[in-house]
Design a protein around this ligand. Structure first.
Ligand code: FAD
Length: 373
């Protein structure tokens, strides 16, 4: 089998790229190891930056998101009995769009299907050979370009020559329990709670579902967190009465780490999204970066060539990683110690403005991280 661009992985990065290239008449094929049903049911991220939505809109992919998504522009820090609100949209940032990642994935697959170029599901890629041949069980795909959009646990990054590949990994001394749960009233904005028992977070997803996080000991497994323990810890650390916590739908452990694999491009093999860089969910950057990679890559392939792709994307990833890391450090400090810094951060002024702009991706090069709690 032959194609111009072989794309491994039907996550946000692979699907947006396939759509942008296909619309421009480039022959491309997405290979995805899981079934369509599984990919469309996988709830993960949910906060989209304004510029991400602008990318999607430009490619005609934002219809349902604009109709069904909601927006919010504030977060709150709960710390040592205080509640510190930050209206980051009003402080120089922008509003986030709230739209679950698996809904967006569903929309992107439907758009490819309508265009007559659906991904091939249930096709695990085993290896990439000579950076131009994708090998699966019973299938070989020869490509002019191979694009690895196969996420954190994919195979494509291993096709970078061993002597060239560099991975920078950070492991944090704690993990997070990630919970999806029904709520009687929607979570209105992002809540970060600094608590002596550990960090907890509450984030909007849909009017009826919220995303909750709990700091736990590094290495804990789901067996350490049965439903009653999750409910009890959430109740201790978060103001659950405000949302009316209902049934828990999913409890998993996030191994808290980040990893950047370089180079993002070697010859005709290119990495995008989590295949190239994994960040913690603290700053809600992963899906946004994946879509930004895909749109940059599509523009590069269609217009200017791939030369600047790795440099531009690495710079963006480093900015996002720096932000996520500073936020993570702040969120895991003892509440009494962190309170003065949080007061400074949330009071209108240069710190709040820098945070607002970094959080919502409106800063880029202009603010060089003025808040360093
Ligand atoms: P993925 O979405 O991981 O897609 C990769 C695809 O490749 C998958 O479908 C996979 O099945 C497929 N694949 C893997 N290996 C193979 C193979 N060998 N052959 C064929 N196919 C393969 N980001 C945000 O921006 N905001 C948030 O609020 C946020 N919250 C998150 C919460 C959680 C609990 C998690 C886990 C992540 C969160 N993220 C968030 C991160 C975000 O979900 C990821 O960054 C995003 O999914 C990356 O998209 P991607 O297309 O690069 O990779």
């Amino acid at each position: 089998l032959r194609t111009q661009v072989g794309i491994v992985g039907a996550g946000p990065a692979g699907l947006v790229l396939a759509h942008a290239l296909g619309r421009a008449g480039v022959d491309c094929l997405v290979l995805e190891r899981h079934s369509r049903a599984r990919v469309e049911a996988r709830a993960r991220a949910g906060l989209l930056e304004e510029r991400t939505v602008a990318h999607l809109r430009r490619h005609g992919l934002a219809g349902r998101l604009l109709a069904e998504g909601t927006r919010h522009g504030w977060c709150e820090f709960l710390c040592a009995g205080h509640r510190l609100r930050m209206d980051y949209a009003a402080l120089g940032g922008a509003e986030h769009w709230v739209y679950p990642q698996h809904w967006l994935v569903r929309d992107l697959i439907a758009a490819l299907e309508t265009a007559g170029r659906p991904p091939r599901f249930g096709v695990p890629v085993l290896a990439v050979e000579e950076r131009r041949r994708i090998r699966c069980d019973g299938l070989e795909l020869d490509c002019e370009y191979v694009i690895g959009c196969d996420g954190a646990r994919g195979v494509t990054r291993r096709a970078l020559p061993a002597g060239l590949r560099r991975e920078t990994t950070r492991r944090y001394p704690y993990d997070w329990v990630a919970v999806l749960a029904e709520v009687a009233r929607p979570v209105g904005g992002v809540l970060y709670a600094l608590h002596e028992r550990g960090f907890a977070g509450m984030m909007p997803r849909t009017p009826a579902i919220g995303r909750f996080y709990l700091q736990c000991a590094a290495g804990d497994t789901p067996a350490d967190w049965p439903g009653p323990r999750v409910r009890a810890e959430l109740a201790l650390r978060l103001p659950l009465a405000e949302v009316g916590l209902g049934a828990l739908h999913e409890v998993r452990i996030l191994r808290m780490h980040s990893r950047i694999t370089r180079p993002f491009r070697h010859g005709r093999l290119v990495l995008a999204g989590d295949a190239a860089h994994v960040l913690t969910p603290s700053g809600a950057k992963g899906m946004n970066l994946a879509i930004a990679d895909a749109t940059d890559l599509a523009d590069s392939l269609l217009h200017g060539g791939l030369d600047g792709y790795g440099r531009r994307r690495l710079a963006a990833v480093r900015r996002a990683q720096d932000f996520s890391e500073r936020l993570l450090r702040l969120l895991h400090r003892p509440p009494d110690e962190a309170l003065p810094d949080l007061r400074l951060l949330t009071a209108p002024g240069p710190h709040a403005t820098a945070f607002a702009r970094e959080f919502t991706g409106t800063s880029e090069e202009t603010d060089d991280a003025q808040w360093r709690a």
